[in-house]
Design a protein around this ligand. Structure first.
Ligand code: KIV
Length: 263
């Protein structure tokens, strides 16, 4: 049965854990969605894993629309979440135009990187029929500000700011939060204090959802994998089995394990 945001939120409210994997084309969208994954993320990580770039910054709206359409064509009933690429949401008007393009390409919701400064944008998107996910913590589009791909929120003031930002975007109407590379204790506080479903990647076990880049969890590519990645192909015979294992491990709480967490 097709996943929709309302039903997914009901399942999460009943204590169910949910899953998200990236896909950038119709074959992967079919594979991921027909093996139990709730949300397909058309991530701007495609800049690195598909285009071979050093970061996500070169990814354009044209790229995102092309890949979102391809994913929508192969999707078997998962929610499709499309990333708004670098500099596609720097003000509300630009965000509305670009989010509209992604929705017309087949997205069911959009993901934006940032914090409290996104509140008005999130409200406007919702008014115009666009659900949103706000990505906090290590936001790869800000890699040049961070000086590298580093864990975020380790200092007390940064952690308090992230919690406050999470409250602000929740009140503004965001539907989902995504936390990347934050200490598990901070992610736990956000899950406990903020009334939104949270997807984690390198954020420990407290978040209700988990996301990974599909190529990473299938052991593809020769690049060094971040600590939070598990290669599910190492213990499975086929990509379909590896995805099913990811789904069952997230649901039964065995992924992520302590070795995938940050303190
Ligand atoms: O672009 C992406 O794949 C992402 C995930 C790493 C969360 O944003």
């Amino acid at each position: 049965m097709a996943v929709n945001l309302h039903k997914l939120k009901e399942r999460i409210a009943e204590g169910e854990r949910f899953t998200c994997l990236t896909a950038y084309d119709s074959t992967f969208a079919d594979l991921v969605s027909s093996n139990g994954v709730d949300i397909i993320l058309v991530g701007d990580s495609l800049g690195m894993v598909v285009q071979g770039k050093e970061s996500t910054l070169p990814v354009t709206m044209q790229d995102m629309c092309y890949h979102t359409q391809a994913v929508a064509n192969g999707n078997q009933g998962a929610l499709v979440m499309a990333d708004m690429p670098f500099m596609s949401y720097q003000d509300e008007a630009t965000a509305l135009i670009n989010a509209g393009k992604l929705m017309q390409a087949g997205a069911n919701l959009v993901k934006l990187e940032g914090g409290a400064w996104l509140a008005d944008t999130v409200t406007q998107l919702r008014r115009n029929g666009v659900p949103s996910c706000v990505h906090m913590g290590l936001t790869p589009q800000s890699v040049n500000v961070f000086g590298g791909f580093r864990v975020q929120g380790r200092q007390r003031d940064a952690a308090e700011r992230m919690i406050s930002d999470a409250h602000t975007v929740a009140e503004a109407g965001a539907d989902i939060l995504l936390l990347e590379c934050v200490p598990s204790a901070l992610a736990k506080r956000i899950v406990e204090e903020v009334n939104l479903p949270v997807i984690g990647i390198g954020a420990g076990t407290a978040t209700q959802g988990q996301v990974l880049v599909s190529y990473d969890m299938l052991g593809l590519g020769s690049h060094r994998k971040p600590k939070f990645v598990k290669d599910f192909m190492a213990e499975c015979d086929t990509p379909a089995q590896a995805i099913q294992k990811f789904v069952s491990d997230v649901k039964n709480g065995s992924f992520p394990a302590a070795e995938h967490e940050f303190s």
